[in-house]
Design a protein around this ligand. Sequence first.
Ligand SMILES: [Zn+2]
Ligand SMILES: [Zn+2]
Length: 172
Amino acid sequence: MIIDLDRLPEDGLNISQDYEFFSSELVEENTVFLEPVHADINVRLLGEEIFITGRFTTCLSFVCSRCLSPFELKVDSRFDLVYLPEELDMVKDQLDDEDMGQLFFYSQKIDLKDVVLEQLNLTFPVRPLCAKDCQGICPVCGKIIKEGDCSCAAHELDPRLGKFKDFLRDKR
Ligand SMILES: [Zn+2]
Ligand SMILES: [Zn+2]
C-alpha cells in the first residue's frame, strides 16, 4: 500500500493489512511463508518528519543451519521509524556518522510494503537454528543427532577435539 503523504490526515492514519511476499524477496532464501505477514501500522506527520510505528506477525519455515531440518519460526516484531524528506538526502554526505542509517521518503510517497519487507528481513537470525542446543549432524554417518543416537561413537570425541568443536560452534 502506497501512502500519499500529501493526503495524510492530520491525526495520522492507521492501517491494518496482510502482505504477501515471495521468499525470493527475503535475505534468507531457504524460507517458506506459512502465513501472510499481518501488519498494524500508524503513519503520522510531525513537522516535516514522517513517523511510522507498527507491529507485524507472521510464521515462516526456515532450514536449520546446523542439522538442515526445516523448522517453524514465528515472527512478532515492532518497529518505530522516522523518515525525512528527500531534500535532506541531498546533503546526506554532510550528515554525521550516526545519521547514516537515516531513512528518507521520496516524491511525497511511502510504500508500506517496502517498509514491512525491510523490517521483516531485519528480524531474521543470521544463523537460523531449530533449537539453541541443536547438535547438528553426526560427522561420521550424517544422521541428525537429535533423532536418536547413531551407532557410531562419534560424539565421544577426544576431549581436545571436543574443545575444538566447541570453538567451531561458537564461531557459527
Ligand atoms: Zn537443527
Ligand atoms: Zn553417526
